[in-house]
Design a binder for this molecule. Structure first.
Ligand code: GRG
Length: 318
């Protein structure tokens, strides 16, 4: 790792992901021009690419653990995991496009730009989200295109894990609980206590973050104990991510965040700062990150970028 820094790893990972997304997103004449434009508008809007970075870092860590000095093995692991990294970013982007709709969170600013429905109208924004999700699963099924049965088996496992994470038991279920808690589910209000809030976030944002680390590991050939360690690491990371997100909603400003700040309080949403106060929320996030460290140490996954990503997550400003 001599000479490498997290900054360099993030920059390279993001560049690779952006090039691959450009190549793999469907374009005219296969899809209508407006659909292609709407997909690209949301995907190339300058997101942090956290989920793809996590996929690639997990694959990288698994390769390093298996053969610390084998650069070639790391490159192969990155190549194998790249479609998964892109697919998870497509699913994440779809969730943001739908979340911003007037019938959900009703936001007009995302990633520093007007939201998709502001630019294209609600109907096209809904279809762009649907299209992104379907394109993600098409990509997962198709790439890496090889006849190797081991790769085919890994692809199948990632499709299952990502479908579960994105679906009713994961992100969709979490979003529904969030709508209920915000009083937006017709005649079905829900009050969340601290456990309920944690469970809601575990589904809404945590499931996709866990799937990112898990699927990166799977595509790099991790065995079950290693996949399980990646899952535990990412569960803590996902919770820390959400707590920090709630803190930023209070402390951040729209220019740095690229989205509207202060929305949670304005919408009377249950949040960590609302339940625990700012200082205790910060302490809770730090505890999650400590548990990330312990999990990586126990599993022998210290080498690579997973730990640095956890530290970065705790200090993020956007
Ligand atoms: C519509 C089914 C459906 C689900 C939406 C993820 C989600 C569920 C809603 C997002 C609402 C939100 C703002 C949650 C806070 C945490 C979060 C996911 C922030 C956005 O993710 P980042 O910070 O965004 O990784 P970028 O733009 O950097 O990719």
């Amino acid at each position: 790792m001599a000479g490498e820094t997290l900054g360099l790893f993030l920059e390279r990972a993001r560049t690779r992901v952006d090039h691959a997304l450009e190549a793999w997103l469907p374009r005219p004449p296969r899809v209508p021009p407006l659909v292609s434009e709407a997909l690209r508008y949301s995907v190339f809007a300058g997101g942090k690419r956290l989920r793809p970075v996590l996929v690639l870092a997990a694959a990288d860590a698994v390769a390093r653990r298996a053969a610390p000095d084998d650069e070639r093995r790391r490159v192969e692991a990155h190549d194998a995991a790249l479609p998964t990294a892109c697919a998870l970013e497509l699913i994440h982007t779809y969730s943001l496009v739908h979340d911003d709709l007037p019938v959900m969170d009703n936001d007009t600013l995302r990633r520093g730009r007007p939201t998709a429905h502001v630019v294209f109208g609600d109907g096209i924004a809904i279809l762009a989200g649907d299209g992104l999700q379907a394109a993600a699963f098409e990509l997962l099924a198709r790439e890496p295109a090889t006849a190797d049965p081991r790769v085919a088996e890994r692809k199948l496992r990632t499709i299952l894990a990502i479908a579960q994470a994105a679906g009713p038991a994961g992100m969709v279920g979490g979003q529904a609980l969030d709508l209920q808690a915000a009083g937006q589910a017709k005649d079905r209000p829900l009050t969340l206590d601290a456990d309920g809030l944690r469970a809601m976030h575990a589904r809404k944002t945590g499931a996709i973050i866990r799937a990112s680390a898990v699927c990166g590991g799977i595509m790099a050939g991790a065995d079950e104990p290693l996949v399980s360690a990646l899952d535990r690491y990412a569960a803590e990371l996902g919770l820390a991510f959400q707590i920090v997100d709630d803190i930023l909603d209070v402390e951040g400003d729209a220019t740095t965040l690229g989205k509207t700040a202060g929305k949670d309080a304005a919408g009377a949403k249950p949040t960590y700062p609302a339940l625990f106060g700012l200082e205790q929320s910060k302490a809770l996030a730090a505890e999650c990150i400590n548990r990330c460290r312990a999990t990586l140490d126990e599993a022998g996954l210290q080498d690579g970028w997973l730990w640095a990503i956890a530290e970065w997550m705790l200090g993020r400003r956007s």
